[in-house]
Design a binder for this molecule. Sequence first.
Ligand code: GP9
Ligand code: MN
Length: 407
Amino acid sequence: DSSEITDIENYARANYKEPNPEMFGKAKGKNVFVISLESTQNFVINESVNGKEITPFLNSLTKNSYYFPNFYHQTGQGKTSDAEFLVDNSLFPLPSGAVYFTHSQNEYNASPELLKEKGYYTSVMHANNKSFWNRDIMYHNLGYDRYYSLKDFNVTPENSVGWGLKDKEFFKQTIPHLKEQPKPFYTRFITLTNHFPFTLNEEDQSIPEWTSGDGTVNRYFTTVRYEDEALKEFFDEVKKAGLYDNSIFILYGDHYGISENHNEAMSQFLGKDITPFESIQLQKVPFFIHIPGDKGKVMNEVAGQVDIKPTIQHLLGNDTRGDIDLGTDLFSKDHGDFAVLRDNSYITKNNVFTKGKCYDKATGKPVDGKACKPGAERAKSDLEISDRIVYGDLLRFYDKDKAKQNK
Ligand code: GP9
Ligand code: MN
């Protein structure tokens, strides 16, 4: 009821962080590319396997973008779709099940809806059946103008592998759609090739598979490299299409690709035991904000996917006071170091809390629980508030215009 929404509004208001004046409005009026990197974990960045660089293009992006090496995925069972939910809503997905299926009829206050008010055209491109993850229904409800799905791409056995259209082909085929759609746009792209079981035709393999006893992990490096090359080609094509200078590019890993069943090979690759502490380190996913003409820098703060929405809004120069966001602008001086994962683990500047134990980040060793006290309350309440909103469909009671007046 309305008293519940008042609690929620107060929580969001207390969580609001002033934008950084140097970054606020920096990308005003620009197109926004939001690229989901399938199953891509951060441990591949700036790493080699058998002497071969895994992600040369993403490595180069770390030097001309805002790159966040301590950025966590916050997904649950809804995998890719949970990450999508976080990105557009700055709310958490659910502790079990996929919110895209279970709560696709809720009222939301998502990025596409907010951006449409600012004159943006909004779309998603993904070469899979439109109803996969219930996307067609959810995208419509979130306010997207257009979903370019399977039927908008030319998919043949020759240009496909594993789950469908190969990433290089996918990106190439998005160019005519990008050219035709109104500007400015907010468009999300969902890659696919780096998906379990990480298969790739011989001719697409530009680094050989690794040689551990674990075929999944071995193949992963090769498909990550393929995705990296697809991104490089995409950037070139976007430049050729004349769309680069007037756009910004947000890239994020959606969730882990290598599960705990592969700890032995991962331990061999990393040269250390995979303790519960290390398992949390492996939940880091790459996150980049590439703004043409801005050199960017490495941003070390602890952050997560829930922070993406307010960060984009502020880059575009939009006031977020009155929005119900559970994340905060990553460029705000008050952002703070914090990420809570969907399994209740949380990460602060110096500590990791997981499976009932507090760890010191410097040593990776368990320490007295006192050290993890500071994040405990927030971890619990962020998830609780988010679940109340989603389960109770509380945003249907939320009057955004009134909230904006009261800011
Ligand atoms: C399917 C793609 C992969 O369309 O998003 O899904 P995942 O299994 O990673 O959620
Ligand atoms: Mn995925």
